[in-house]
Design a protein around this ligand. Structure first.
Ligand SMILES: *Cc1c(COP(=O)(O)O)cnc(C)c1O
Length: 231
């Protein structure tokens, strides 16, 4: 087994263990392999080992990989900030978008999605710790954005995505995840079909699963570190 396949099976195992620890049914939490900066042949190895969902942040890089891997039935998730001049390609080539935080972007994606394709799965990104520099809408703006998005026929609202602030203590991390979980439960009263809480990365996956994540986005722990980043 190659090293990356070994890391995949370790992470799948860790997700199972975290589910059991949290008293949640197995298979409740999906793994999104965050493959930004990594070449297509590494993704192919993961696909051979059964990984289907891949997350990308940069459109041009992603489009090249999608083309290189189009013999495989992969599921592509866009997780980076979205500029409005990029929506056409995103609507055409991706299955999921995690980083919706403006109605204008949602409307463009809806208009540009091919009507005969399945609706685009979307998550709304919430700026859970109210950071000045971070994308995502404020929690108190969520309801009005949801109400405006729900009628859009070519989008399917699946849930929320959050990236917590870099906290020092586990307690603070847990609080951010907990806030997100509460918002997610509230959202279900407005949109009963939502089923996805996208939270948890390499450094905080276990905690996110304990607090109710249904999809963890894992880059570094799977592929290795980008640009010697510490997280
Ligand atoms: C890069 C990225 C990740 C992966 O982070 P790691 O710490 O490398 O696991 C997850 N989510 C988003 C939105 C990202 O941009």
């Amino acid at each position: 087994m190659t090293e990356i396949k070994k890391r995949l099976s370790d992470i799948v195992q860790q997700i199972c263990e975290a589910e059991v620890q949290a008293g949640r049914p197995q298979g409740n939490v999906r793994l999104l392999a965050v493959s930004k900066t990594w070449p297509a042949d590494m993704l192919r190895q993961l696909a051979e080992a059964g990984q289907q969902a891949f997350g990308e942040n940069y459109l041009q890089e992603a489009l090249a990989k999608i083309a290189q891997l189009d013999d495989l039935a992969l599921e592509w998730h866009f997780i980076g900030p979205i500029q409005s001049n990029k929506t056409r390609d995103i609507a055409k080539h991706f299955h999921w978008i995690h980083s919706i935080d403006r109605l204008k972007i949602a409307q463009r994606l809806n208009d540009q999605r091919e009507p005969n394709e399945a609706p685009l799965n979307i998550c709304i990104q919430v700026n859970i710790d109210q950071e000045d520099t971070k994308s995502g809408i404020a929690a108190d703006e969520l309801d009005s954005l949801v109400t405006a998005i729900l009628p859009l026929q070519h989008l399917k609202l699946r849930g929320l995505m959050i990236i917590p602030a870099p906290h020092n203590s586990e307690d603070q991390q847990r609080q951010s995840f907990h806030k997100a979980r509460e918002l997610f439960e509230q959202l279900k009263t407005l949109a009963p079909d939502v089923d996805t809480l996208s939270m948890g990365m390499s450094g905080d996956m276990q905690l996110a699963i304990q607090e109710g994540s249904t999809m963890v986005r894992i880059g570094t722990a799977l592929f290795g570190s980008r640009n010697r980043q510490t997280r």
